[in-house]
Write a new protein. Sequence first.
Length: 784
Amino acid sequence: MATVPSESRPVAGLHGDVEVVLDRWGVPHVYATDRHDAYLAQGFQAARDRLFQIDLWRRRGLGRLSEVFGPRFLAQDRATRLFLYRGDMRAEWLAYGTGTRDVVTAFVTGVNAYVEWASQDPGERLPPEFAALGHRPARWEPEDVVRIRTHGLLYNAEQELARALTVRDLGAAAEELRSIREPHTELGVPDPAALQHLDDSVLDVYRLAFAPADLAGLPGAGAAVAPSGSNNWVVSPQRSATGRPVLANDPHRAVTVPSLRYLTHLEAPGMSVIGAGEPNLPGVSIGHNGRVAFGLTIWPVDHEDLYVYELHPDDDTRYRHRGGWEAFTVVEERTAVAGGGEEVLRLTFSRHGPVVHLDTGARTAVAVRAVWLEPGMAPYLASLEYQDADDVDTFRRALRRWGAPGVNQVFADAGGDIGWQGCGLVPRRPGWDGALPVPGDGSFEWDGFARLEELPGVRNPDSGWFTTSNEENLPDGVGDRTPTVTTDWYSDARHERLTGWLGGDAPVDVTSSIRMQGDAANLHGRRLLDLLAPLTGMPRHAGEWAALQEWDGIESTGSRAALVFQVWVRRHLRPWLADRCLERLGVDAERAKAARHRLLRADTLFSDLRPDLRMLGMFDLSDPGDAATLRDGIDETLDAALADIATLLGPDRDGWTWGALHRTDLRHAVFAHDPGAPDDWRSLPPVPRAGSGDTVGLAGHDDSFNAVMGSSFRIAVDVGEWDSTLVLNSPGQSGDPRSAHYADQLDLWAAGEAFPLAYSRDAVEEVAESRLRLTPVADLRPAD
């Protein structure tokens, strides 16, 4: 064994000794004598690295922020408590499979053991955020882990509301410009009356339930996160450079400090798994077990429905259902509030779920029914079921337990087999498709859920590879046996780029996979420019237009054309197109002005140029009038974009590059606005970002072009040669700004690189940095 610094620590609850080897990148490699101790040590180490993060997540998820942060969080606490799991706990635990409760209990015991140890010397052992905010970490209960549901990637209700308001205010034709529904079918409105009294505020409570806790008043910190995306692919031995399968995965989430994912390695008799999961959950959801590699992307199952109720004419506590009047269920919960006193939080539920909106004037209420409030739906926890898979077939069978969020699982085993499976709990909606809000009067109900065997999947595809990027990927004919999965798929731009690469001649390995995860080719952007290529003779900006037409579509940090394209399309061309298209659809000017923003929906600022391409399709370039209109519009909007860039970056055009504007600024949730904190605690050095929301190397930006989304975690697995796996978890494994592993992976991330993830004991010892021995606490109770 390598000689490295070591220490020993007694931990209550252990059955035997556990060794934790921390490698040079801060990855803990846990060696235990049984599974219980492995998961306990995982909880201990996760708390050691991420205690403030997971304590805050727990408080936010349980609706207990106001206990320590004061009354301004009462509304958020109420919202979050509406979406806790409130069903039978026995059914909840059984839904995950045998042993899950024991695993979660062991993990929580480890978290609590670290909290207990750190609280004995809080100034040195607790992360500095606790002292800055004046509170201590809480002890966990196993039920806390499974009751919290608002940290999953869900958000489908937002699409239903946006679609409803667009159809009602602008017409069904305008909705075809706002959102691309796949497969395309005529949009039917189940009950127009259900849409009559809706507005954007209907989901304010829902949004607040999903919003992160805004502790430092950062701009946008309390806003709900828009959908982003992910990529994964799996390659057969015949298509790889090594003769072994390759599996790659790069989930796209909010880019934060600390990272949203946490790397770990667990070894015990009969158990071996390494990879990443959420730091507040036991196990690994993306990685390998020495036999099977696995990775996931969001498969955007329609997990939610909005129900609109007619209130009783004289009683706000009852709503119409199946010809009668049914009472809402009201739960009152007391909560302590920092600064003194208690508050009572009043929570209202219908038979379908949490009531998020009540309009007594219009005599309506709105509730959310969600798959993820069913038993066994704690996001990602079902990964425990597939960690022991021996091959692709046992892995696929283990996915029967998976409920939420919907995911594309790709997998490969050491025998050379590969596969894909769409999984997640898909509701059956007889006679309707869930695209729009519906009356809650009993006319539109779910009728159970699809079985895994009814969902699409493939084993050893003829192509020798399979890839997913959240795009519509239902095989032909699947609708004959499967209920509607969703009509709200993500853009196919990333998938198109990946299929072109994987279908090429060059063999694939882990190095090329990591490189491809940072690819900055914007195919849809190039397509938009090609569509407009016949237009020439711009009166004011012929040179800029020519430069855009010559651009290769690569959104590198040094590209001026990428900068001009993004600012022009996102801020200027899209609003111009929306106005002209609404006019062509016959929407009067007053209605268009009031509702134009619906065609400029926030998440398209991140990830979808298809609406722009569809709006451009309403113009016929062979028609002189249309061509002149577009030419004038391009010249006008390009002029505005160039003036905009001059305001953003200054008049010196030598400094006009995409990376100068499009950067990731990682600011600490607590210390960002603390002038007394060290500079490297407040924020990390800004990272110029290539790509955009339309590229494989996703770098989605907000409306100020801050790159806030992307793949801070990346992995490429050399299946069977496990020590050759490459991985990255930026900015680092630790959430403590005092740690050497707080931001030690940031430079690798900025460069698009990764490091080998040691798996064998010899490889782990070669990169060992320190050793921690956890020992059982002696039982000092007197004998009977």
